[in-house]
Ligand binder design. Structure first.
Ligand code: ADP
Length: 190
């Protein structure tokens, strides 16, 4: 099985590119953001716990997302691998992921990191706010907190994965098609 991690700041275009990647490589797309938003929409206890944190631009607890991911690994059949989008987001989550995969003799195949500068994060999220209506996109202070959280908690994962030679950067500036082609060229190597 292949285990790809789609990495990058909020607004880098992960969700957009994920759709093309899963289709071409027969992967199951696991977006923790989307999974959490459906828990919120369904009004589950987990959703209730996550709602306030997400709307403040903070992370939900590691155990919550780790449990969601592990359950999907176990319950998904008929795919050649997984595309993790929005997970891991902390070093603790990355270590938990390695442990989960190791139990089954598996490992992370590659980290595909879409890079955009901070000023573009603001532009992209402001644009998305007008289209998707996500509560966490609407307020500038929440977006600021997400960007800060990304730099503090998530960016350290770059070194974590670079150390094992699994980290690959993609230039996220350009059209959707251009970025997709860069990703496809990279994925053909695995
Ligand atoms: P973005 O487009 O900002 O990257 P996501 O849709 O991936 O947003 O996630 C939205 C929110 O869901 C995050 O700001 C965070 O509160 C929560 N979340 C998603 N994934 C995780 C995770 N792996 N760990 C903790 N919180 C998460």
């Amino acid at each position: 099985m292949k285990y790809y991690i789609l990495f990058g700041p909020p607004g880098a275009g992960k969700g957009t590119q994920a759709n093309a990647m899963v289709e071409k490589h027969n992967l199951c797309h696991l977006s923790t953001g989307e999974l959490l938003r459906s828990e919120i929409a369904a009004g589950t206890p987990l959703g209730l716990q996550a709602k306030a944190l997400i709307e403040a631009g903070s992370l939900v607890p590691d155990e919550v997302v780790e449990g969601m991911i592990e359950a999907r690994f176990k319950g998904t059949e008929g795919v050649d691998g997984f595309l993790l989008d929005g997970f891991p987001r902390t070093i603790a989550q990355a270590e938990a992921l390695d442990a989960m995969l190791e139990k089954d003799g598996e490992a992370v195949t590659a980290v595909v990191s879409i890079m955009i500068p901070d000023r573009m994060i603001h532009e992209r999220i402001a644009h998305r706010a007008t289209i998707e209506g996500r509560a966490d996109d609407a307020r500038p202070e929440v977006v600021e907190n997400r960007i800060r959280t990304y730099h503090e908690k998530t960016e350290p994962l770059v070194d974590f994965y670079k150390g094992s030679g699994r980290y690959h950067e993609i230039d996220g500036i350009g059209t959707i098609d251009e970025v997709r082609e860069r990703i496809f060229t990279l994925m053909d190597r695995f």
